[in-house]
Design a protein around this ligand. Structure first.
Ligand code: NAX
Length: 326
């Protein structure tokens, strides 16, 4: 058996946390030969609820769960962490403007970035789930200057998985027939799910559907899926978000499937003309615990426009918190 690794989950007392922790502890994220010590971080008023979650984790008697630390102190939460899933965030309150939301979250993620910088493993792999996820990841990264910027990512996998199922259902194919999906840009309504490189049963997806369905149905359905879930369920996506977080981390740590790739919000190196330093979703392949952006995909005028629109939004988000970035 391998030595245990430390996995920090913030917002651990929340609804995504509840759908996530038991799967991490069962081995679904890092494999069934990798023991984990869970570090559960939440805010002080959530400590009683968090204690209940700890009791339930204990009651599962998971063979791979080598310890649990519950805390409201980020320095304890990130101590020696090998992986971190930053789920806890400030939701939009009544009357809150977008800029207020960005600033409230900038405050949380700058504290957590510093705590990561001061306490975590130098090789920590960070996934930001809490919204606005890409810009929160940027703030975290900028506050952790001693750690490689490539170690900070934002979750686009839920959008990626949603897009896979939408095209599979349209073509009456199993999701296993879909590969090379790409969702570009921001985890927001400007994201661009791109079918030009996706294949379904070996054939290019965009060639198998009407352009009108692609533009007027597929793209908005994927972009608006989060809102549709809130409308139907009366609460935001939780189990599917937790599942996507598991998928993202597992692929990053253990590698993407041969011949396939996944969508990850990663530090832009200027690939595809996207401004360097933004946390932007690209098609990525993972191997040996590292990711690389898939290069040289052809980008037509339609795709270019969509990719730039979502880049523009990320630039505006970054500029809105510029005063708070070190
Ligand atoms: P909940 O409100 O159920 O839980 C959030 C938890 O975070 C609470 O327990 C709260 O006390 C805690 N928290 C707040 N501030 C904290 C801080 N400074 N440190 C530690 N913990 C803190 O929300 P939930 O449904 O779990 O969603 C969490 C986040 O995920 C939200 O920001 C949500 O918008 C975002 N999502 C992101 C998705 C993505 O694809 N990137 C999809 C799902 C989800 O909407």
């Amino acid at each position: 058996m391998k030595a245990p690794v430390r996995v920090t989950v913030t917002g651990a007392a929340g609804q995504i946390g509840y759908a996530l922790l038991f799967r991490i502890a069962s081995g679904a994220m890092l494999g069934d030969d990798q023991p984990v010590i869970l570090h559960l971080l939440d805010i002080t008023p959530a400590m009683d609820a968090l204690e209940g979650v700890r009791m339930e984790l204990d009651d599962c008697a998971f063979p791979l769960l080598a310890g649990i630390v519950c805390t409201d102190d980020p320095n304890v939460g990130f101590k020696d962490a090998d992986y971190a899933l930053l789920v806890g965030a400030r939701p939009r309150g009544p009357g809150m403007e977008r800029k207020d939301l960005l600033e409230a979250n900038a405050a949380i993620f700058s504290v957590q970035g510093k705590a990561i910088n001061d306490n975590a493993s130098r090789n920590i792999r960070v996934l930001v789930v809490g919204n606005p996820a890409n810009t929160n990841a940027l703030i975290t990264q900028r506050n952790a200057p001693d750690i490689d910027p490539r170690n900070f990512t934002a979750m686009m996998r839920l959008d990626h998985n949603r897009a896979k199922t939408q095209i599979a259902q349209k073509l009456a194919a199993p999701v296993t027939a879909v590969s090379n999906m790409t969702v570009w840009g921001n985890h927001s309504a400007t994201q661009y799910p791109d079918l030009h490189h996706t294949t379904v049963a070996g054939k290019v997806a965009v060639d198998q559907v009407e352009q009108q369905w692609y533009e007027d149905d597929f793209i908005p359905t994927v972009q608006q899926r989060g809102a549709a879930i809130i409308k139907a369920r009366g609460a935001s996506s939780a189990a599917s978000a937790a599942n996507a977080a598991i998928d993202h981390m597992r692929d990053w740590a253990l590698g993407t499937a041969e011949g396939d790739w996944v969508s990850m919000g990663v530090y832009s190196d200027g690939s595809y003309g996207i401004a360097e330093g933004l946390i932007y979703s690209f098609p990525c392949r993972c191997s040996g615990g590292d990711w690389t952006i898939v290069q040289d995909l052809e980008v037509n005028a339609f795709s270019r426009g969509r990719m730039q629109a979502t880049e523009q939004e990320l630039t505006e988000e970054r500029d809105a918190v510029a005063d708070l970035l070190p």
